[in-house]
Design a protein around this ligand. Structure first.
Ligand code: TRP
Length: 334
């Protein structure tokens, strides 16, 4: 039998906090699904975390281990995929440096997330070179493995676009080395937070993968719903209502969800029933994950070993790419 080479996928996550159900629905379930079809490399983007968290780095490594425990609990399989830590593969930084030689600064300044984040995170000084270089470092993460696809959310599409422009410019000077990576968009829409704003640790509106059943109950029972429904007999809006967005994401009993929606629209169901059934659905979905998470976290040495092994395997690929890149740039002294 001829061994067929699977197309390669690379994706990363910043270790800036505990993971929540938004990460599960938006990224992790997709990571899990891709494993069968692609050669997947998933990494802890600790340098990317530093671009905004450089003043307070104390929790990075513990979040890294905690996040990876969640990845594995969600079904990311360290036997099948390569799990590693960005900063343990310093070749990412070398490629980033070489890319930085050819990238015009205005290309980085016009990436939409750049100005947006500076606006949104006013309390942080994001005037550093590292923050401007964020999408370029992301490009290096992907190119160093010659990845074909990058699973990303809508907000990251501009980063990939930049990445492809950078590749073309690099090739113009030094010849063809890299495939142009394509986005693999996640099909599930972004989950709103409990208060219907964007789900984010900084808003305190998340349900974390580490929350127990009781915490989920408390959080869901105080969730934002249709504000015009001050009484249960007032017809409500289902579309864009976070309790129903969550039902759609977590409740496998489609008949129950349809019935709740119909009665909500008619004003014949109370919020409490909608929320109680939602609590049950979320807890049922998270229970197996909680069990595996506890099991993984009970063997911290194993998580470390997985990341060390994965990082050495990633490094073998990264080194090979850098050899070719150095040759192409005519920086080979041997
Ligand atoms: N910017 C991504 C995020 O915030 C994280 C990331 C860093 C990434 N490097 C990457 C994602 C490379 C995909 C590929 O979600």
């Amino acid at each position: 039998m001829v061994a067929t080479v699977k197309p390669r996928v690379v994706s990363g996550m910043r270790p800036t906090g505990k993971l929540h159900i938004g990460h599960l629905v938006g990224a992790l379930s997709n990571w899990v699904e891709l494993q069968a079809t692609y050669d997947c490399l998933y990494f802890v983007a600790d340098w990317h975390a530093l671009t905004s968290e450089y003043a307070d780095t104390g929790d990075l490594t513990s979040y890294a281990y905690d996040n990876v425990a969640d990845w594995i609990a969600a079904g990311v399989d360290p036997e099948q995929s390569t799990l590693f830590v960005q900063s343990l593969v310093p070749e990412h930084a070398e490629l980033y440096l070489l890319l930085s030689m050819v990238v015009p600064i205005p290309w980085l300044e016009r990436v939409p997330t750049y100005k947006e984040q500076i606006e949104q995170l006013k309390e942080k000084d994001l005037s550093a070179l590292g923050f401007l270089g964020y999408p370029l470092l992301q490009g290096a993460d992907v190119l160093i493995y010659k990845a074909n696809y990058v699973p990303v959310g809508e907000d990251q599409v501009a980063h990939l676009e930049l990445n492809r422009e950078v590749v073309r410019r690099f090739h113009k000077f030094y010849g063809e080395i890299f495939p142009e990576p394509q986005p693999l968009l996640t099909h599930f829409p972004r989950l709103p937070g409990l208060d219907n704003r964007k789900m984010s640790k900084s808003y305190g509106n998340t349900i974390d993968l580490s929350d127990d059943a009781e915490a989920v109950k408390k959080k869901v029972m105080r969730m934002y719903t249709d504000p015009k429904r001050v009484r249960a007999d007032i017809p409500g809006t289902v579309e864009g209502n976070p309790v129903f967005v969550y039902h759609d994401a977590f409740n496998p009993d489609v008949a129950q969800v349809d019935d709740l929606k119909a009665r909500y629209r008619a004003g014949t169901v109370g919020d409490v029933e909608v929320k109680r059934t939602l609590v049950a659905a979320i807890n049922a979905a998270l229970d197996p994950l909680r069990e595996r998470r506890a099991e993984v976290l009970s063997k911290p040495a194993r998580i470390k070993e997985i990341l060390m092994d994965g990082s050495s395997r990633a490094r073998v690929i990264a080194r090979e790419t850098m050899k070719q890149v150095r040759d192409a740039v005519k920086l080979s002294y041997t």
